[in-house]
Design a protein around this ligand. Structure first.
Ligand code: ZN
Ligand code: ZN
Ligand code: ZN
Length: 158
């Protein structure tokens, strides 16, 4: 074995002795773990310690109490609704693109944007219950339409 290499007891890799810290109590004068391993261990020890400190300070209790509050419920429900809506949107987009590839619906780029009459990029839905009732819009007009709707509390019918 090359004497300039040393096996790290943590990662079991042979590494140059320069990546090992000095430890006079060891027979070769070097630490058993390489520097990256020492660092990783110190980090996980630190995070365990800070987790423990958080628990000791009543963190779990606070978390449980917070979970019962109306605010936490609202946040949870909003997340759930958003993820459901996203799935619904994905299904509708899949339906629309299937119709486009089947030739049942023109590709949006073959149509004119309803806003600026330039070439459209994508389809906008007024109502997700009618997946094929779509409005061709260019990217810019589509973004401004959604911004407008958001600002005015209007939303796509779900
Ligand atoms: Zn190592
Ligand atoms: Zn446009
Ligand atoms: Zn839209």
């Amino acid at each position: 074995m090359d004497s300039t290499l040393k096996k790290c007891s943590a990662c079991q890799e042979h590494k140059p002795v320069t990546v090992f810290g000095v430890d006079r109590s060891c027979k070769d004068g070097l630490r058993a773990y390489c520097k990256p391993c020492v660092y990783i261990r110190s980090q996980s020890k630190k995070s365990k310690a800070s987790r423990k400190k958080w628990v000791d300070n009543g963190g779990l209790e606070r978390q449980r109490e917070y979970a019962k509050t109306a605010h936490a419920k609202t946040v949870r429900n909003a997340r759930l609704r958003a993820s459901r809506l996203l799935k619904k949107q994905e299904r509708i987009i899949a339906k629309v693109s299937a119709a486009v590839s089947a030739g049942e619906l023109a590709h949006p780029t073959k149509r004119k944007c309803l806003g600026c009459h330039e070439c459209a990029d994508e389809y906008h839905h007024h109502n997700y219950r009618r997946p094929f009732d779509v409005t061709p819009l260019c990217r810019d007009c589509h973004v401004s339409l959604h911004t407008y709707m958001r600002h005015n509390g209007l939303d796509v019918q779900r």
